[in-house]
Design a protein around this ligand. Sequence first.
Ligand code: MG
Ligand code: ZN
Length: 373
Amino acid sequence: MKFCFKSIFFLICCASILVSCNTKKEVTLIGKKKSAIKTKNIILLVGDGMGLSQVSASQFYHNSKSNFERFPVIGLIKTSSASELITDSASSSTAFASGIKTYNGALGVNTDTLAVKNIVEEVSNIGISTGIISTSSITHATPAAFYTHTKKRSMAEDIASQLVNSEIDFFAGGGSDYFNNRDDNRDLILELEEKNFIINLNSLPTEMKIDFSKKQGYLLAPKGLPKMLEGRGTFLSDATTLALEYLSNNENGFFLMIEGAQIDWGGHDNDADYLISELIDFDNTIGAVLDFAESNKETLVIVTADHETGGFTLGQDNGNYNKIKPVFSTTGHSATMVPVFASGPGAGLFGSIYENTAIYDKMKFLFFKNNKN
Ligand code: MG
Ligand code: ZN
């Protein structure tokens, strides 16, 4: 009897050792498999004001297949700020850039108005190149959160002066007025050139001859860029292609934020044609980014929004279920959750429902997981 218990105990011990060995082996294997493809580059595309109805417009109003359908992973984010249930673009962009909830209007500062590090500053420390592109002024809330620490988003001249001393390697957008037509008469274009930038105030280059020893800046309008409906053309996808060409030269990797700013402005105006034309431009830019990422293999692409604008819906027209009538329920932002689309190495982290600050947490985890030095 005694012997029997002993042998059963022995057998159980053997079995559990075997099981634990096996489990360990599996964990290591899975670990290896996961880290085999590294997340070298991250491209974050922000559709300002882009809720699910805005995304759905790409199904019905785009003459080619929606690029949103190319993503294998989809999640949802909660966007409320520290001060209000309904966020503005400043606090939500600070959530993406710095991983904190702050008050509406704040850029790169916390609720005590103290500066908080952003991802551009952090990844620059490990040799990663960075870029920002927007169809608004480059000093506007969404891009500004990635290089500025400012109490109020309205302080555009102050924001512009902080771009000069930032770690940004490539920028393209509007807003030249805040650089060379300022109240304090400083010429920030000159100051940027002294910081090793080539600045162009007229157009994107027509030929791809890149001087990789210089940083690049494009300020192609006094304030925001023109609407798509007013002939902006392919600025957003062209600037994106240029940035990818430039930034991918860095073997350490890059971080690029691309904003479709005026989806939000169409929402505020309750102008469906304006909104949809901007959304389709953004969709085309996503297509260019996914083409790059699919050939590059080490690039994670994330598409999300800072909040929804306009309470936009694709409703029916007078009882006719075969005709869509876009309608709005507000001229402001709304509290609805907004979608996150992810593709590439690390995309698996972006499913489910989480706070907007987690976008920063996940990006930082992926960048630093591969750069432990
Ligand atoms: Mg914006
Ligand atoms: Zn807005």
